[in-house]
Design a protein around this ligand. Structure first.
Ligand SMILES: [Zn+2]
Length: 126
């Protein structure tokens, strides 16, 4: 079975639908209310890595509530990448580690920039 199909089957067993769309890869998302993962356009490998990441969000599930604020959102992103990587291992999917690290880094960079761009109302006290 192809790696991508293995992950789609894993998601289906959890009642999660996976859609492959023509949107930008970095606009891939997990929508908890419709239990749908939308994966943007890209090569097989890029799509696999993004899908694993979104499955990481599925695994975080309700625990996501503990990641508050913008910095919390960055932490949740990092956790989702970690869980996606572990999921690949459990499904016996070989990951191209440098390629996985590159897409992870690109995605995290956008979150870090967004978190850092938040207005600061008062200077830090410690
Ligand atoms: Zn994410």
């Amino acid at each position: 079975m192809r790696a991508l199909d293995k992950v789609v089957s894993w998601a289906a067993r959890r009642g999660v639908t996976v859609r492959f769309s023509g949107r930008a890869l970095l606009d891939s998302e997990w929508c908890p209310s419709t239990r749908t993962i939308t994966v943007g356009r890209g090569g097989q490998r890029s799509r696999l890595h993004m899908l694993l990441h979104e499955c990481g969000h599925v695994l975080i599930g309700a625990e996501g509530a503990r990641y508050a604020g913008r910095v919390g959102a960055v932490e949740e992103e990092m956790e989702a990448w970690k869980r996606g990587r572990r999921l690949a291992h459990r499904l016996r999917i070989r990951i191209d580690a440098p390629a996985f690290a590159r897409v992870r880094s690109r995605c995290l960079a956008t979150y870090v920039r967004w978190a850092a761009a938040a207005p600061v109302s008062s200077p830090p006290k410690e």
